[in-house]
Design a protein around this ligand. Structure first.
Ligand code: HEM
Length: 455
């Protein structure tokens, strides 16, 4: 890795990490590095750590079993059953927007509440109000915590990646404010998970019919025998963290783009109204047959992947073949890279989604029509949806991708069908990275301020 070319490091303490993670706008440096050095390059981590590039990873047996167990709740047929939940949650966003009297609204909290409701009702089988109130509050604390990023966080992560796993697990018990919040939330999530599992077990004992959620969909799965209740319980915080903010922010970025492009917004609304009309006659809306809606969702995921970069540590020595050779500092070109056990690899998902050979010469622009006019490269699929890596790929691919796509289809039909979105005068939206991509105001605060008018 040391001989792979890459940008110079401005600091031994931070390496290239501040440029990568807290540039004024996400990608200011990274997207240029991609253009200058190609799809694979070396950057420096904190404290002289060198091992960073972009590649893919593997996962262990426990993880495979747990995925197999959870998979049925996220299969296409199961996700279709969540339509009534998504529709009712979307209608509640409309009700809240109708009550807003201010000239502009920050849509982030509305969307975040809505995506939590979808998870709670579809996967846990109960409304958010039935979840422990402290758990719901702790969840928003966690979202706030994970929406901040600073040089000291980055240094802390850099030091943390050099410490043994047992030390990090114990350090969570240090009396640090953010650790207190995480600890309390993990405990609440565990007890919340136990409550859900025992309620389901009790209902099943009484012969009550249960459908569609994580705990019941899988009760008959043959490969679930080795999964313990503790494992199911452990999924409660994972579902809310993985599925709430990711989908809400993708929608928020999408609505900002719609506000910037009134003409596209009009065309999308016309498609939605036509589909809703046909749906009323036939009793079902065919979301997958709406070209503009689906092109718009794919373009939102492409330009604003909730997780723009993912770090992986090699669990064993491995040789990774490259589809194109890359230059080395000693003037040679190599077609494979040797990664040693323990070395860190950064997968630059957002950069991949701006590669011109895949997405067109204007890959830096938000243009949904690229999905309809043949601009997008039609080759082997690396991710589950639209050849995008927003949901990653391989054994750790997002379990909830169908859930997220369907939820976005239903929410957008409701919102764009009923409201028009425009940017408030003088408001400039920015894109920041703090664990995930966030829309922010000019001061860097998480916010997607929009003028929202009833049609
Ligand atoms: C637009 C919305 C979403 C995006 C962009 C997204 C993206 C991702 C990505 C990139 C990962 C891999 C993370 C990593 O391994 O570093 C992931 C994992 C995961 N996601 Fe999503 N996600 C979304 C929505 C959801 C939803 C709605 C759910 C569930 C309700 C969900 C459940 C999960 C789970 C359980 C994992 C862990 C999978 C594993 O480790 O095997 N996600 N997601």
């Amino acid at each position: 890795i040391r001989t792979i070319v890459g940008p110079p490091s401005p600091s031994w303490i931070f390496g290239n990490m501040l440029q990568l993670l807290i540039s004024p706008e996400y990608g200011d440096y990274e997207f240029n590095w991609g253009k200058m050095y190609g799809p694979v390059y070396r950057i420096k981590g904190c404290l002289g750590n060198t091992q960073r590039l972009k590649l893919i990873m593997c996962a262990g047996e426990d993880h495979r079993q747990l995925r197999a167990f959870l998979n049925p709740a996220f299969a296409a047929a199961a996700v279709r059953q969540y339509q009534a939940v998504f529709t009712s949650v979307a209608q509640r966003i409309t009700e809240r927007l109708d009550l807003c009297e201010a000239p502009s609204v920050d849509v982030c909290p509305l969307l975040c509440d809505a995506t939590l409701s979808s998870i709670s009702e579809a996967l846990f089988g109960c409304p958010v109000e039935d979840l422990n109130a402290d758990f719901v509050e702790g969840n928003s604390h966690i979202l706030e915590l994970t929406s901040t990023q600073s040089a000291s966080h980055i240094l802390f992560d850099g030091i943390g990646s050099r410490l043994p796993g047992w030390f990090l697990r114990h350090s969570l018990y240090l009396p640090i404010k953010s650790f207190n919040v995480i600890r309390a939330q993990l405990n609440l999530a565990q007890s919340q998970g136990w409550r859900l599992v025992s309620e389901k077990a009790e209902a099943a004992k009484q012969g009550l019919e249960l459908e569609g959620d994580i705990d019941t969909v899988n009760s008959s799965a043959s490969d679930s025998r080795s999964i313990r209740e503790e494992d199911i319980v452990a999924q409660t915080p994972l579902m809310t963290v993985a599925g709430q903010d990711t989908t809400a922010k993708t929608l928020a970025f999408g609505l900002i783009e719609l506000a910037k492009n009134p003409q596209f917004q009009e065309s999308l609304r016309a498609e939605i109204h036509a589909a809703l009309q046909v749906g009323t006659v036939h009793g079902n809306i065919s979301y997958d047959s709406m070209p503009l809606l689906n092109a718009f969702i794919k373009e939102s995921l492409r330009m604003y992947p909730a997780l723009p970069i993912a770090d992986r540590m090699a669990s064993e020595d491995v040789v990774i073949p490259l589809s194109q050779s890359v230059a080395t500092t000693n003037g040679k070109r190599v077609t494979q890279i040797h990664i040693r056990k323990g070395e860190l690899v950064t997968l630059a998902l957002a950069s991949y989604q701006r590669i011109e050979s895949r997405w067109g010469a204007d890959a830096d622009k938000f243009r949904p029509s690229r999905w309809l006019d043949g601009t997008v490269y039609q080759g082997e699929a690396v991710g589950p949806y639209g050849n995008l890596l927003s949901f990653l790929g391989g054994p750790r691919m997002c379990l909830g991708w169908r859930f997220a796509v369907f939820e976005m289809q239903v929410f957008l039909c409701e919102l764009v069908g009923k409201f028009s979105f425009s940017l408030p005068a003088g408001h400039s939206a920015k894109v920041k990275f703090a664990n995930t991509l966030l829309p922010t105001d000019a001061h860097g605060n998480k916010c997607a301020l929009l003028c929202v008018d009833r049609i």
